[in-house]
Design a binder for this molecule. Structure first.
Ligand SMILES: [Zn+2]
Length: 449
């Protein structure tokens, strides 16, 4: 319930899209925000009558909608954007990414994360789920930005530049969980990097920690043919069945990619309540394939949309990701029906919130939920005319159309000016780090066949 003393703001525009089930766009709609929460939703005229004293932010050609939820990224990998392109996953990782990551420091990760945060705020993301190294530095960058996030320290069998030996990584994870337990915007997760970097014993251990802490467990799963093949060679099972045998498949598991699962595996993932992070751009760019998301959605799997890191995308623009999601499944099936605009938009908002177990808090604009929302500028050639707002949001809108952004009732961007971050300084620092990264790159990019 909104307190009488809460700071109020009446946010109004040409359209209000709540993303509540069965709720069409409201013309001349508004939100009354009180403190961190949404206190009223409706027609602007009605809300103006009910709250005549509330300060107002009105965008005549604006569309108000929930902020986008990016369920899988590695924010600091913005530092490696464009460093090594046109390579398959395993060579890209082993020959180019892991070597430069081995030289990372907490300061570099913090700057890389801030760089992605600038881009995320500018392109309409208000929540993201990150798995990376130096998660403490990631959390500090997130706190500075005012963004909402789910963060985890990537755990794997080999020594990490962040924590050194594995035991330190598990201890660091425990420490971060305790530190951020009560934080209003930062939520911790457990992270097992993948079945090819974590032994069965480690996977079981991390899963147990996630269960004990009642937190999500994020993993890369069934990303491409090579992962599938190596898992079968090592364990005699596909990655999905390998995790089933180890007892990892469950409602707290967030499985990124899932390009490879067949129909029977999809049915198994659905039965276990596993959540999927669909990352179409990264899967396309690394030549991994196209995840059978239409089959997953039909099976009732909760699917969210993720950009993956900017080294394999190469942006964190969720509008671009949505546009691709709504198109590639049509091309794959030679049928325009799989993954409609409405379904893609759902995956990027309320579906993403469900993946993170936060659908009671964010993902749609409803009374009592947190005020995480964005306002888009519709007064532009590529958005004119406008017959169906949802269609435009998926097929025509760009991240750069976002005018204002708000998280937890706090404005993070107004009229495309960032309010919490010093963008000029961050870009400058990122360029300086890039010079160091370029020097440390050991091998020239060889992407010939
Ligand atoms: Zn990833």
């Amino acid at each position: 319930m909104a307190m009488a003393t809460d700071r109020q703001l009446l946010l109004s525009g040409r359209y209000l899209l709540t993303m509540e089930e069965g709720c069409p766009p409201i013309e001349e709609g508004a939100l009354l925000i009180a403190g961190e929460n949404i206190a009223a939703v409706g027609k602007t005229a009605e809300l103006l009558q009910r709250y005549p004293q509330a300060p107002r932010l009105h965008t005549p050609h604006g569309l108000i909608m929930p902020g986008l939820v990016n369920v899988h990224t590695h924010a600091a990998m913005s530092l490696f954007r464009g460093l090594a392109d046109d390579l398959p996953l395993m060579r890209w990782l082993n020959d180019y990414i892991f070597p430069v990551e081995a030289t990372l420091s907490a300061e570099m990760v913090q700057v890389g994360t801030l760089l992605s945060l600038c881009e995320m705020i500018r392109s309409g993301t208000t929540s993201f789920c990150d798995m990376y190294l130096f998660a403490g530095a990631v959390a500090e960058a997130v706190e500075e930005s005012g963004m909402r996030a789910w963060l985890g320290e990537a755990i794997y069998d080999f020594p990490s530049p962040s924590y050194g030996e594995l035991e330190n990584g598990l201890a660091l994870t425990e420490e971060l969980i305790a530190r951020y337990r009560e934080h209003p915007l930062i939520n911790m997760t457990l992270v097992a990097h993948a079945v090819y970097t974590c032994s069965p014993a480690l996977l079981i251990r991390v899963a147990k920690m996630a269960r004990q802490a009642n937190l999500p467990l994020a993993i890369h799963l069934a990303e491409n043919e090579e992962e599938e093949k190596s898992c079968r060679e090592r364990y005699g099972l596909s990655p999905v069945h390998h995790l089933e045998q180890l007892g990892l498949l469950g409602p707290n598991l967030i499985a990124a990619h899932c390009v490879m699962p067949d129909d029977a595996e999809i049915a198994l993932l659905a039965r276990r309540g596993v959540k999927v992070a669909h990352c179409p751009h990264s899967n396309m760019k690394l030549g991994s394939g196209i995840a059978p998301v239409d089959t997953m959605l039909a099976a009732g799997i909760c699917v969210g949309l993720g950009t993956d890191g900017s080294a394999s995308n190469n942006t964190v623009d969720m509008f671009a990701e949505m546009a691709s999601m709504a198109r590639i499944h049509k091309a794959r099936r030679r049928d325009p029906l799989p993954v409609t605009a409405q379904e893609a938009l759902h995956c990027a908002t309320l579906g993403g919130a469900k993946v993170l177990g936060a659908e009671q808090v964010i993902g749609s604009l409803a009374v009592g939920k947190k005020a995480d929302c964005i306002v888009l500028d519709l007064d532009q050639p590529h958005l004119t005319p406008l017959y169906h707002p949802v269609s435009h949001l998926v097929y025509a809108t760009k991240g750069s159309d976002v005018l204002h952004s708000m998280v937890n009732g706090r404005i993070l961007m107004q009229d495309r000016k960032l309010c919490t971050l010093d963008e000029t300084a961050i870009l400058c620092q990122a360029r300086e780090i890039a010079q160091v990264v370029a020097q440390r790159q050991t091998a020239p990019v060889d992407n010939k066949r």
